[in-house]
Design a protein around this ligand. Sequence first.
Ligand code: AR6
Length: 169
Amino acid sequence: MSIQIIQSDITTLSVGAIVNAANSSLLGGGGVDGAIHRAAGPELVKECATIGGCPTGEARITGGYRLPAKRVIHTVGPVWQGGNHKEPELLASCYRNSLRLAEENGITSIAFPNISTGVYGYPKDKAAEVAIGTVADVLPSCKVVQDVYFVCFDAENFALYRRLLQEKQ
Ligand code: AR6
């Protein structure tokens, strides 16, 4: 069982599943969502269209198509509205529900982006606390998932995550 922090483009990772920070339509968008759809190819949006959307805080699983990752777990983070609109609970649900789906689908390694910290405006430090706190809480009870990667795209998130994880260990 391990939690690792890496600075990378999530679309390049050969893991059991990468997590997509999607919107509730599941039909694609900008940021990491756009990058994942571009790298996976048009079959991904076709499968997503059959799902019929996903509420904030929940997660859905699809194939990975042309990605090196076998599957994609799509989750919808909260839009930051000041912090009093259940944002921490909803963000924690994204991580928890994604891990649950991985467990149910026999996925041993999973990579998360920094959900909600781009277009959705969640403060990076607050989001990192929720992400690391939730995964550290849930992972010990996982029977299938062994390795969790937090994939930071920018140097600020990378430094934040490394510091927070060190504090936990
Ligand atoms: N690999 C890893 N991380 C990435 C990549 C990448 N290739 N590209 C961006 N990031 P965002 P959100 C980081 O905006 O805030 C979309 O339009 C980025 O630096 O992708 O949850 C959806 O369709 C940031 O730290 O997602 C939704 O409408 C993190 O990924 C909306 O954006 C998340 O930024 C979701 O917003």
